[in-house]
Design a protein. Structure first.
Lengths: 151, 510
């Protein structure tokens, strides 16, 4: 993953925040856009956003740390998120989740396996996402097939 | 291979996509077919369920893979017959889901051809008070779970004076086992736009916000596209349809916090803050978004409104039972053979839904329990499945309808583990504002762990009951207040799972 030089990054983050200044409650849209553009929200980004939106650093930090989606460090090259909701548990999601975490390294290098609660695919579980793409009826074999290119 | 003469419908619904619909659509397109990405009909176990337009009607081909496409086009694949004639569908009463799977969700012309905008047009010819009256007469109650009468909520917003009012759609459908909001938004997104425009006119709002969870990217895309199209065609913005109504609709995305489905947390989140629950009063209808009167409704509630305005409130009220009027969109999920959307008038029994529509479990083992109404809903044992599905009957039996999700479990389920998970989920997703929820959930996990380990089971069950009572009575919102419901229903109906072998008994809890 390439990281933009700090000054460029700061300018980009400021531009994103400034674009949303006229919106009501702009903070979440701004944070989402920074995530989309840069993959994570760094400490410096928080200060830039706070300054651009004229709110305190503590307020932005508090929001970033509250929500699961907002990362403060870059994501792994590949991600698998497995649902642990009740509907998926009823068809074996706990074993799939625990098993996949334990063997994350066998799926490829730099694979992050996380838990997620409900993808709205509750009749076709166990569900999960592989590099952000939704899949149903997951099994260890299906995960192996979906991650083949990673190895 | 010959291209079909009629259109080919390949669902673009996230559930269909999760089992390969995109690849199937690409294969049909490569073969020269005119592909429409419709919503899902809700027979999810058949997805990808492809429909070919013929003179007899739309003929369905279930569970297709790209390899099957040539066979289908050559006329050699086995079909289900005309999808509209499948008993699983014809026995339902589709009101909210009437267009889902049928129309092209990207086509505003298709929407109008299937009855769209009739409700808004009629609403705009009525005064706001008349629209509110119509909704009140329909008996429509909040579909998010609380079941509060929508007309009364709207009346409060209408009668609260303010220079600025809002309508907000709670589309943070985070309950496991529920996906009706998602499927409706993906398969028929203009209905929500229409419902919110009617709501805006009824309560005197000029701005609307849809709060969608980030786990639903397909729905976000579908709604954003529908909102843009509605603006282009004059259904949103200044002077809607020449009526003088100004209504701007914004689509906002959550960020992975279950608690933001609680309405006051959702308002905090929309305002750009941590999704922490607000104390009530004041209620959002009086002081909601940015301190202004705000009508906050679930997506299914708002999507019932266009039909109510088009056909009249009394037509809707004719359906249902007791004080639960209209239809409910049930969602069959979990370990179920035939999972999906079943829309029926209130009053159908849980057994009919599970056995007739669901066809039992996916694994083929006997059903042991159903969790009704999401992670905060009760576990109902098989012996209790004759309960009618309406707000009051379920409440009387110690359960709740919630958002209409039904999650099935077969005989292998360990109910002590499920009770523990309810507490664990609460401890992960608690906003942390009130102590009973924040601390109680963690203590709950620890207590159930001791029960599972066989330590002082009887005493720890008493302690657990006491803790549940504290959470129920002392929590600020339904998250902490209802987490005891799955826990206590599991203990009550499945005591054998909480009495492990070799239990050692001493006095006080450890």
């Amino acid at each position: 993953m390439t990281t933009a030089p700090t000054t460029d990054r700061t300018a980009l983050v400021r531009a994103i925040a400034t674009q949303h200044l006229a919106d009501r409650g702009p903070l979440l849209p701004v944070l989402h856009e920074v995530m989309d553009e840069l993959g994570h929200i760094a400490r410096d980004d928080i200060e830039t956003i706070a300054d651009a939106l004229n709110v305190s650093v503590a307020e932005v930090h508090g929001v970033v740390s509250f929500y699961q989606d907002f990362r403060t460090v870059p994501a792994a090259p590949h991600t698998v998120a497995l649902c642990r909701g009740e509907a998926c548990q009823s068809v074996g999601a706990e074993a799939l989740h625990d098993g996949t975490r334990a063997r994350a390294a066998t799926l490829g290098t730099g694979v992050e396996v996380t838990e997620i609660f409900c993808l709205g695919n509750c009749a076709l579980g166990p569900s999960g996402t592989v590099d952000g793409r939704l899949h149903g009826r997951l099994s260890p074999e299906r995960l192996d097939a979906l991650t083949e290119e990673w190895r | 291979m010959t291209a079909p003469t009629g259109r080919v419908f390949v669902p673009g619904d996230a559930a269909a996509v999760s089992v390969g619909a995109d690849e199937v659509a690409a294969a049909f397109e490569a073969a020269g077919a005119q592909v429409v990405r419709n919503g899902s009909r809700g027979l999810l176990w058949l997805e990808p369920l492809v429909e070919l337009e013929t003179e007899a009607g739309r003929v369905g081909y279930p569970n297709l893979t790209p390899d099957d496409v040539a066979l289908v086009l050559a006329g050699h694949a086995t079909s289900l017959g005309v999808v509209d004639e499948l008993p699983w569908l014809t026995s339902q009463r589709r009101v909210s889901f009437a267009r889902v799977g049928v129309v092209d969700p990207t086509s505003i012309a298709d929407y109008e051809a299937h009855g769209g905008w009739a409700g808004l047009r009629r609403a705009l010819s009525l005064t706001p008070a008349e629209v509110v009256q119509e909704v009140t007469e329909s008996g429509l109650r909040g579909r998010g779970g609380a079941g509060f009468p929508a007309g009364i909520k709207w009346k409060t917003v209408l009668e609260t004076a303010s220079d600025l009012k809002f309508v907000a759609c709670n589309f943070d459908e985070g309950d496991s086992g529920t996906f009706a909001d998602r499927m409706l938004a993906e398969g028929d997104p203009f209905t929500l736009v229409e419902g919110m425009a009617i709501a805006a006119h009824a309560v005197g709002a000029s701005e609307g916000y849809v709060y969608i969870r980030s786990e639903y990217p397909h729905a976000v895309a579908a709604l954003r596209r529908a909102v843009d199209t509605a603006y282009t065609h004059g259904f949103l913005g200044a002077d809607v349809l020449g009526s003088g109504l100004t209504f701007d609709l914004h689509v906002r995305v959550g960020a992975g916090a279950y608690i933001c489905g609680e309405e006051s947390s959702m308002l905090e989140s929309l305002e750009g803050r941590r999704g922490e629950v607000r104390a009530k009063p004041p209620i959002p209808a009086i002081k909601g978004l940015w301190g202004r009167p705000t009508a906050v409704n679930n997506l299914l509630t708002l999507c019932a409104v266009p039909m109510i305005l088009a056909d009249g409130g009394s037509a809707y009220a004719e359906l249902g039972t007791g004080r639960s009027r209209g239809t409910q969109v049930f969602q069959l999920a979990g370990n179920v053979k035939q999972g999906g959307i079943v829309e029926l008038p209130f009053g159908v029994s849980l057994r009919e839904l599970v056995e007739e529509y669901g066809g039992g479990t996916l694994t083929g083992r006997p059903v042991r329990a159903a969790q009704v109404g999401g992670p905060l809903g009760a576990y109902v044992p098989e012996s209790g499945f004759d309960v009618p599905m309406d707000y009051e009957a379920l409440a009387e039996s110690g359960a709740m309808l919630g958002h209409g999700g039904i999650v099935l479990f077969d005989e292998t389920v360990d109910m002590a583990r499920m009770a523990r998970f309810a507490m664990e989920f609460c401890s992960i997703e608690s906003c942390g504002k009130c102590t009973p929820c924040r601390v109680g959930s963690t203590r709950g996990v620890e207590t159930i762990d001791r029960i599972i380990a066989g330590h002082d089971v009887a005493a720890n069950l008493v302690l657990l009951d006491d803790l549940c009572e504290t959470m129920t009575k002392g929590s600020l919102c339904a998250m902490g207040g209802l987490t005891p419901m799955p826990v206590q229903s599991a203990v009550r109906h499945f005591p054998e799972d909480f009495a492990p072998q070799g239990t050692e008994q001493s006095g006080a809890p450890v």
